[in-house]
Design a protein around this ligand. Structure first.
Ligand code: ADP
Ligand code: MG
Length: 764
């Protein structure tokens, strides 16, 4: 886009006013720094009244809130509507929260010892509800008067045929004192049902209790134990906003604020914590979400452009003898149309003179390994080496085998480098890399260690990218003077919104077709109490000569317990199938031992493989047609899809059995159902994102990016994300030299953000 695009609609006076705004902003931000006694955003949080060193320590360790500014952007995760009042006769035990107004008829001490509690019988004339305290019993009864109006807020729960609210929030209504004289029943009801009564609170005073929407903040167990709960965080936030009584500086340039009719940053930040109306809350959310996504996108696009300018791509224009020899004489089957298209796209990139950064997405079993090999051959034809980095040793080893098998007697040297390759062998391999006699290096993270050098690395392929972080990807570029072309492959289809953020700097190719002749895998859900049915099904498949995987979850925190599950399962299977050979593989085994077992299964010497998720990625045994997943409820959808992809690789009908306990939450039931209903990885990924949110998706933890979003939600804010990306794209294209004064604020802000966010810095 041409740079005029942003400027043309602005008259010169508007441009002037933009410049003015910025001068003004600089002025106030300078000013703030020098006002003594006033709270500044970069100030240590301990100086905020009500915090102090101990709470500061807790906030820092539990929520990473170290400065006033950190607290300012620690947003509520929900709001409780305090404009609504309920009549006690309308309340039932399923309501999450209710607000009622009435009077205390009397107190009762109940229970003995540890069950001792104080009960207040609370009535609004339509019914009675019990307020219950288990702590602070002595002081509560003294604190409240009988027959005086109170507003009570809390979660109603049925208890012995009555409703009660444990540890309610209680307030004296903030409106006129004559209420005290009005008969409790009608007078107060009338006054408070009148909409707007709870609105128009004093600006940011008190604890926010009088606000229409009460903010709720996530706090940790440790914080709660030490009295730092959501309502205390709300109080501190209210205090902070009061102290920050000057306008909070604007961080979006004026042209964006006016283009999208955003409210100011100052208003947005105040409204996001203590919304005055539902509409204002929505405006605040829209503005802050946009801003957050805009800078993420600006960062990605700005530095991708920079990189494209800085690095010249290694030229790989030829398709020569190696590629053609393979294509005409060694390729064991016809490429799918999708594979052909993707190879063409990659070939064009590699020959273009620009450095390639491409994401190759293809569902499990779509044939990405072959594509990787053929691209490596192009690099070799142009005098370069290629490397393939895999997330596990097993996968790396399997790649070496697959490649050597496919290449047959061709003069292409493929070598493996993992942590397990040691001593003399390691020296030989490293020597082959650095002298250039090794054409294709295959390995794990070992490939990006500092001491690994290549003669002329032309193409770096990262398999199962979701297992690696952005930073690791970046390290590959340091492997030669000019960075190699980079192809990252993933079998975990990534929803579009997530891809835009996680891999926003990459071009995307998709293999949207499976090799011919595959039968869709049939997925069944089975309760673990029906083990005999499961075994009968398994036996039938074994009799047909097929092999079976049984996978147990592995969660780091309870590794011992997981291992026990696996061992027990192994014994159980041996007993149930005494005439069959059973293998066992898990991450704690020595690598050689693990390999030997995998090998036994791959060769058909064993019929059943009991394993943890070490087999999740890449393993290829076409004769295995059944995948049994134990404790399936403990896996994410994408992971289940990956595991399922281990079967269905031959021409036989394959099955995936999801075994769960009988008691499942609605959410889990839904997730299992999605797996039963769909074999489409993209659909599953979308659903997974919607159900779990991006923070839990594989890949996001490592890359840190989506994870760091404070307010935007990639599962829900696709439209805002697209707007933000378009806006960022326009800015990057229209202002490549970063000298348009209208954008000064924006580039400044981007630099600040890159300084404070390590993950952002790794995009470069
Ligand atoms: P993934 O994309 O999951 O990495 P693989 O590369 O492991 O998939 O391929 C899965 C299986 O499909 C392998 O056994 C491979 O040999 C086979 N395959 C790949 N491409 C084709 C093709 N065009 N026709 C038939 N089989 C293919
Ligand atoms: Mg693969």
């Amino acid at each position: 886009m041409h740079s005029a695009h942003l400027i043309v609609p602005l008259t010169s006076s508007k441009v002037l006013s933009l410049v003015n705004t910025q001068i003004y902003l600089v002025f106030i931000s300078l000013n703030r720094t020098f006002v003594a006694g006033m709270l500044r955003l970069d100030q240590d949080i301990k100086y905020l009244q009500g915090v102090g060193p101990q709470r500061a320590d807790l906030l820092g360790r539990e929520l990473s809130i170290k400065t006033v500014g950190d607290l300012l952007t620690y947003y509520p995760y929900k709001y409780i509507d305090r404009t609504r009042f309920y009549r006690i006769c309308d309340i039932n035990g399923t309501m999450p929260y209710v607000q009622i107004v009435g009077e205390i008829l009397g107190f009762d001490d109940m229970g003995e010892g540890r069950k001792k509690r104080l009960v207040a019988h609370f009535s609004d004339g339509t019914g009675v509800i019990d307020l219950v305290w288990f702590q602070g019993i002595k002081y509560i009864a003294k604190q409240y008067d009988l027959h005086r109006p109170y507003v009570v807020f809390g979660r109603p729960q049925p208890f012995k045929g009555r409703l009660n609210i444990a540890h309610p929030e209680i307030e004296v209504p903030s409106t006129p004192p004559e209420w005290g004289r009005t008969p409790v029943t009608e007078g107060i009801q009338q006054a408070l049902f009148d909409e707007g009564t709870a609105l128009n609170p004093p600006p940011f005073g008190g604890d926010g209790g009088g606000y229409a929407f009460r903010p709720h903040y996530h706090t940790t167990e440790k914080m709660k134990k030490r009295g730092l709960n959501s309502s205390v965080v709300a109080k501190l936030t209210a205090k902070m906003l009061e102290m920050l009584d000057e306008t909070l500086p604007e961080t979006l340039p004026a042209f964006l604020v006016s283009r999208y009719h955003f409210i100011s940053r100052d208003e947005a930040l105040r409204e996001i914590h203590f919304p005055t109306t539902a509409d204002n809350l929505r405006k605040a959310q829209a503005r802050l979400k946009f801003e957050e996504l805009f800078y993420v996108q600006l960062n990605i696009l700005r530095y991708a452009k920079d990189r494209a300018r800085k690095y010249r791509g290694l030229l790989c224009p030829h398709v020569g003898k190696t590629f053609n020899d393979f294509y005409y004489h060694h390729l064991p089957f016809t490429l799918t149309e999708a594979q052909k298209r993707v190879i063409r796209e990659i070939r064009a990139d590699m020959g273009s003179g620009r450095q390639m950064n491409r994401l190759l997405q293809g569902d499990v079993g779509s044939g990405k390994t072959l594509v990787a090999l053929m691209c490596a051959l192009i690099a070799i034809d142009n005098g370069y080496q290629a490397c393939i980095m895999a997330p596990t040793e097993i996968l790396a080893e399997q790649h070496v085998e697959t490649l050597r098998h496919l290449l047959g007697d061709m003069p292409v040297r493929v070598e493996l480098l993992t942590g397990a390759v040691k001593g003399k062998r390691r020296r030989e391999v490293l020597d082959g890399f650095v002298t250039g006699t090794v054409h294709i290096a295959v390995g794990t993270h070992a490939l990006i260690e500092n001491n690994v050098q290549f003669a002329h690395l032309g193409l770096a392929i990262i398999d199962e990218q979701h297992r690696f972080g952005v930073a690791q990807r970046a390290r590959l570029w340091t492997k030669s003077l000019n960075p190699p072309h980079v192809l990252v492959m993933t079998a975990t289809p990534i929803p579009r919104t997530l891809a835009m953020t996680l891999y926003g700097d990459l071009d995307v190719s998709v293999i949207d077709q499976l090799p011919p002749g595959r039968k869709p895998i049939q997925t069944l859900h089975q309760f673990d109490s029906h083990r005999q049915t499961l075994y009968t099904g398994m036996r039938r498949q074994l009799e047909l000569g097929r092999q079976i995987y049984i996978v147990y979850p592995l969660i780091k925190e309870s590794e011992k317990m997981d291992l026990k599950n696996l061992e027990d399962g192994f014994e159980q299977i041996r007993k149930a199938f005494p005439d069959k050979q059973v293998s066992k593989v898990h991450g704690k085994m020595k690598s050689a031992e693990k390999d030997a077992e995998m090998q036994r299964f791959a060769s058909g010497a064993t019929q059943i493989l009991v394993a943890t998720t070490v087999i999740e990625v890449g393993v290829n045994v076409p004769n295995a047609s059944v995948m049994v997943i134990e404790n399936a409820e403990r896996f994410g959808l994408s992971q289940l899809h990956q595991l399922r992809g281990r079967v269905g690789r031959g021409a036989d009908q394959s099955y995936c059995i999801l075994v769960t306990k009988q008691q499942l939450s609605d959410d889990t039931r839904r997730r299992i159902q999605i797996m039963v209903d769909s074999t489409d990885g993209f659909e599953i990924a979308e659903q997974d994102l919607r159900l779990r949110g991006p923070g839990d998706l594989e890949g996001t933890q490592q890359s840190g990016m989506a994870f760091d979003l404070k307010i935007a939600n990639l599962a829900k804010d696709g439209i805002i994300l697209q707007m933000a990306r378009d806006a960022a794209q326009q800015v990057v294209e229209a202002d490549p030299e970063e000298n348009n004064p209208a954008n000064a604020l924006l580039w400044q802000r981007l630099r600040e953000l890159r300084k404070t966010n390590i993950n952002w810095g790794s995009i470069s």
